[in-house]
Design a protein around this ligand. Structure first.
Ligand SMILES: [Zn+2]
Length: 173
């Protein structure tokens, strides 16, 4: 029998069956600037698409490869998308050919933990097969998030990042 792997949070000793590697935000950052009593009226959220006032957002996935590990570090993030591309994504929602679309430009709309200021980084979103959210490529030159996405991180760095993220989380809850 394989030895069960478990992961323990440094801050509080909470244990996980495996190291949590997928993190994300439920809403684009802009959402949090909308007064709570106006959100119902101004925010339209459906699956991985969001419209707030005249602004269009979609959710995608940033993956950071971990050396010598069979899973990636994953951040589900929001980016802006132009109205034209937003409508295109809607039209192509169930079209298997959508994977052939050129990427959509967007500004990152999620604070990615452990990566400093990530708001408004330049990104490109690549359509995936039907049922999957797009792959987000960070194209902002010189930013550590782009660097790590391109080059991967060591397992040790991944553990350090996860510990930092959990610490923030557990502080909030
Ligand atoms: Zn903890």
């Amino acid at each position: 029998m394989p030895v069960p792997y478990s992961f323990t949070c440094d801050c509080c000793g909470k244990t996980y069956n495996e190291m949590p590697l997928c993190f994300g935000s439920k809403y684009p950052e802009y959402y949090f600037s909308i007064p709570e009593d106006e959100r119902e009226q101004r925010v339209e959220l459906a699956e991985s698409l969001c419209v707030i006032d005249e602004h269009f957002f979609h959710r995608g996935r940033i993956t950071i490869p971990i050396d010598d590990h069979d899973e990636d570090l994953v951040f589900n993030v929001w980016t802006t998308i132009s109205q034209q591309n937003f409508e295109l994504r809607n039209d192509l929602w169930n079209d298997p050919e959508r994977v052939n679309q050129p990427p959509y430009f967007g500004w990152l709309q999620t604070a990615v933990p452990t990566y400093g200021n990530t708001l408004s980084l330049k990104t490109r979103a690549f359509e995936n097969e039907v049922g999957l959210i797009p792959t987000i490529e960070v194209i902002e030159e010189g930013h550590p998030l782009r660097h790590d996405q391109q080059n991967g991180i060591s397992f040790k760095t991944a553990v350090e990042k996860v510990q930092m993220i959990l610490k923030e989380w557990h502080k909030e809850s």
